[in-house]
Design a protein around this ligand. Structure first.
Ligand code: ATP
Ligand code: MG
Length: 456
């Protein structure tokens, strides 16, 4: 049994031994029935948070106001906790409850604890996420399931259905609309018609959800291996034009057929998303989504063909605005913008000066640039000659030639009598170019070069 499951089972057993009810709940039950490895285990119980905290020696009252207590697995002390990733191996123990209110469209105004598991599942979002499982039953996946909401049938039929009245449930918490799309895409399920039409009606209210939560949902959709399905559903549901109008604007933007036999900019972008594997890097996924974001605004029918002059520069500005809006970290933003900014440069690699090529190859996380280029090509004309050339160069040029030790520093220039200033950057850049091109290789040659090319 995996550690996390064992830990969750032990927690349920400890609660039962003290006379409380205890079940696995939500996504981990769904995944167990589907024979998928759950991302995390949640335990639901009628013990109150205070009682839970008394039973287990070490706990964290992460959401005590919602009745959620985190119980860490003390045997899994290997990796340090990273912010935002939860505690490794920790199980969330949630007291059975009803959520009341939701006047802000994202949080309940009040929670009421209850002793009834049947009441608890009514607050959960979708029937497939609304089942409980008794991990201590003889054969827990056959006779241990508690299903008050028809989740088993929907799981078998492949249906994402809101629990209760869909309009009310989405009005309570707008984030559920994105979650519904995400689960449908992830499992290849249909969204039940009344559930889907409620999303279409309420999509414009998605803005009540914080931008961070929207970003996290979209990132999951992009990196779970079914990004194309997710973005098609976002589009059909009306959510796409709310959360990413810049991607919605790609629809119907025609491209020159000789370079893009596949169709318009949206079709092309979806083809890239289709090629993002489960577990791919976030920045690569967002870079793929945004690489052509500047095309709709720069579309022009020139005498010879359709052109998108300046789409890279415009795209970088738009991507910067999107990253700011969705509150990406500076590091993530930098990499996403670098992917957009450099994606057309692969067309020039055969013509690049050696120094330019080496500087290109040493862009941070260059493998993401290469992969974006590969899926970009495979989503249009399929020409991989630049890709093959870059891969061959990466193999052929040793790392110390791509990143050589600098021959000179600013201090050397000062010593030689140069005044510190903006010119230093230019001089040292030129020295490095000469070095990357093999024209100089020693300190002395570098100094001679400076004195010749940049007389003091
Ligand atoms: P994942 O596999 O992505 O973790 P999950 O179904 O486990 O999916 P979690 O976010 O881990 O989702 O939440 C666990 C459970 O809590 C869900 O299965 C669902 O029962 C309930 N839940 C989570 N978020 C909501 C919500 N916004 N509204 C109602 N119920 C929710
Ligand atoms: Mg989960």
């Amino acid at each position: 049994m995996p550690d996390a499951k064992q830990h969750a089972t032990n927690i349920a057993r400890a609660l039962r031994e003290r006379g409380y009810q205890a079940y696995f709940a939500g996504g981990c039950v769904r995944d167990t029935i589907l024979a998928r490895e759950p991302a995390d285990y949640d335990v639901a119980t009628d013990a109150t948070p205070r009682q839970v905290m008394q039973i287990f020696p070490r706990t964290f009252a992460v959401g005590a106001q919602f009745g959620v207590v985190l119980v860490p697995d003390d045997r899994a002390s290997d990796a340090p906790d990273r912010p935002g990733e939860g505690r490794k191996g920790a199980v969330e123990v949630a007291t059975f409850r009803s959520d009341v209110g939701y006047s802000d469209g994202r949080h309940p105004d009040e929670v009421r604890f209850t002793a009834s598991p049947k009441e608890d599942v009514q607050r959960r979002d979708f029937t497939i996420n609304g089942m409980l499982l008794d991990p201590l039953a003889a054969n827990s996946t056959t006779d241990g399931i508690l299903d008050f909401v028809g989740g088993c049938d929907d799981l078998k039929a492949g249906i994402v259905r809101a629990i209760g009245d869909p309009s009310r449930r989405f009005a309570e918490d707008k984030l559920r609309m994105l979650r519904g799309v995400r689960f449908a895409a992830r499992f290849g399920y249909q969204i039940e018609p009344a559930t889907f039409s409620a999303i279409q009606q309420l999509a414009r209210q998605i803005h009540q959800v914080s931008q961070e939560r929207v970003r996290e949902e979209l990132t999951k959709m992009l990196t779970e291996g079914r990004a194309r399905q997710a973005f098609m559903l976002l589009d059909e549901s009306g959510l796409l034009r709310e959360v990413l109008p810049e991607i919605s604007a790609m629809k119907g933007v025609e491209q020159p057929p000789q370079f893009h036999p596949e169709g318009d900019v949206f079709v092309h972008t979806l083809l890239l998303l289709e090629k993002l594997p489960a577990g791919c890097s976030k920045t690569l996924a967002w870079g793929a989504l945004l690489h052509d974001v500047g095309k709709p605004a720069t579309f022009r029918v020139a005498p010879d063909r359709i052109r998108f002059d300046g789409h890279v520069e415009v795209g970088v500005k738009m991507a910067a605005e999107i990253c700011r809006r969705l509150r990406f970290s500076n590091d993530e933003t930098d990499q996403i913008l670098a992917l957009v900014d450099n994606h057309m440069r692969f067309a020039d690699v055969h013509r690049m000066k050696e120094s330019t090529l080496k500087r290109f190859l040493r862009l941070p996380a260059f493998d993401e640039h290469v992969e974006l280029h590969r899926i970009d090509c495979l989503s249009s004309n399929g020409q991989l000659d630049s890709y093959d050339y870059v891969r061959a160069q990466m193999q052929a040029i040793p790392p110390e030639e791509i990143h050589p030790q600098p021959l000179l520093t600013g201090d050397d220039l000062i010593e030689a009598g140069y005044e510190p200033g903006p010119r230093f950057k230019e001089i040292l850049g030129a020295v490095e170019d000469a070095q990357l091109e093999g024209r100089i290789s020693t300190r002395e040659e570098a100094m001679e070069y400076v004195l010749r090319e940049f007389p003091a």
